[in-house]
Design a protein around this ligand. Structure first.
Ligand code: SF4
Length: 442
């Protein structure tokens, strides 16, 4: 039979997975594959998976069952990403319709493995390769004003609830020169907003340069107007990193700073290496250096041993920091992590209402902060048509979404908009000063 050439990919999970999918498609494109956006005519179906929570894995298992319908003879179904890494051979044994199970360090072998699978050879590659950065692979990006760049892979922290160190291996950083080269190529293709990705991105170190150096170097690339990064770890906001955030005007005034709990007593069994006080001091240092900085976070509710007092500490921390937003999760036990051995699980009937209460507090804080912004003017990048209506979705430097009425020709450009209202989470706005290039648009 002829080589399979049409690839359909579904991506689940974090921005790192989105960036990895672009790398995978870049690799396959070099080998003559082309992407299609439906499984109906695919020769290869790939599912890039997340393992962080059990429900993410259940969703993928359900989805793979649906994709089975599209498996004509010779069609290859592959599972990539963290769930593939976590389950490896077990997934191959338990899912006979799956041909390939490939972890995040194994994508280079995909063209060969796909060819083998089309001839009936099922295989798995979940070996960690500490040298693998895919530096020579030209990622297949959608194009447009914004791009994600992975600058660091793996994680050396050992948070007891987290499966990532088991799925992505040890921390390693790309060289600064290599990252800057990629940014220069993107900027030449009219990308103006760069998001640097890493599991604990601000611990980036290539042997000679730290994350502060990287922010300065990326911000200095001609054509780059905005630099973002995610996700940092509180302990890694060194003087050098915070100073670079303050000095480099391209670095946006937003940081996503996972806290997980507001209770020092609970942070310890979580394996987080800071106290509530140290986290608050980190917030203070960031706000002193970058006064308008918006701060968002991740919080886990119902971690083993969480008492009412621990939970109250989390609620009070949310109020004390005044987060702009937060992703809140109910604790999900992950096989192989340290936390599954901890005593005192929190029953659903306790964790559920806690989560509801926390969501209410987070929303109230976000609403309070956002209402205070109505009437102010912000630079926005026009990203894409909004999901509903005829509006455009734009984003401020503080990462606030603003819906604006205007032509699709504005996509990719920057506007100044006055915020006219908020739902509590997103804003509506009207352009105040249209940039020169927009003046020609009727
Ligand atoms: S820092 Fe902790 S939560 Fe983040 S990826 Fe590493 S182990 Fe997981």
């Amino acid at each position: 039979m002829s080589d399979p050439k049409r690839v359909y990919v579904e991506t689940y999970g974090c921005q790192m997975n989105v960036a990895d999918t672009e790398t995978v498609m870049g690799l396959l494109r070099q080998d003559g594959f082309e992407s299609i956006d439906t499984p109906d005519y695919a020769d290869v179906m790939l599912v890039n998976t997340c393992a962080v929570r059990d429900n993410a894995e259940q969703r993928v298992i359900g989805r793979m069952g649906e994709l089975k319908r599209h498996k004509r003879p010779g069609v290859v179904l592959g599972v990539l990403g963290c769930m593939a890494q976590r389950l490896g051979q077990r997934l191959l044994d338990e899912a006979p319709h799956v041909d390939l199970v490939i972890g995040p360090d194994g994508y280079r072998g995909l063209p060969e493995l796909i060819a083998g699978a089309a001839d009936g050879q099922r295989s798995t590659d979940v070996e960690f390769k500490s040298w693998e950065h895919y530096e020579d692979v030209s990622a297949a990006r959608q194009g447009g004003p914004s791009a994600f760049i992975t600058v660091q892979r793996g994680c050396d922290y050992r948070c007891t609830f987290c499966v990532v160190p088991m799925t992505r291996g040890r921390e390693r950083s790309r060289t600064l020169a290599d990252v800057v080269g990629e940014v220069q190529r993107l900027a030449a293709a009219e990308t103006t907003e760069i998001t640097l990705l890493g599991q604990t991105v601000n611990s980036y170190h290539d042997g000679d340069h730290d994350f502060g150096d990287l922010l300065r170097a990326v911000g200095a690339v001609d054509g780059v107007r905005r630099v973002r990064f995610t996700s940092p770890y509180p302990n890694d906001f060194s003087v050098s990193v915070v100073q670079a955030m303050a000095d480099v005007s391209e670095v946006c005034e937003h940081v996503h700073l996972p806290v997980q709990s507001g209770s020092t007593r609970l942070l310890k069994p979580m394996g987080r290496r800071y106290t509530r006080q140290a986290y608050l001091e980190c917030v203070d240092r960031l706000r002193s250096a970058v006064p308008d900085i918006a701060i968002t976070t991740d919080i886990i509710v119902g971690f083993p041993g969480e008492t009412d007092e621990d939970f109250d500490d989390t609620v009070s921390l949310v109020r004390e920091v005044g987060f702009d937003d937060a992703f809140t999760f109910r604790y999900s036990p992950r096989e192989g992590t340290g936390a599954v051995r901890l005593p005192d699980p929190v029953p659903d009937e306790v964790a559920g209402p806690r989560l509801e209460r926390l969501i209410g507090v987070v929303r109230a804080e976000a609403r309070r902060k956002n209402l205070a912004l109505v009437g102010s003017t912000h630079e926005v990048l026009v990203e894409k048509p909004a999901r509903r209506g005829k509006l455009l979705q734009t984003r401020t430097r503080q990462n606030k979404v603003v819906l604006v009425d205007g032509p699709t020709a504005w996509i990719g450009t920057y506007l100044d908009v006055r915020l006219t209202g908020t739902t509590g989470a997103t804003f509506t706005g009207v352009p105040t000063l249209q940039r020169a290039e927009l003046a020609v648009i009727p």
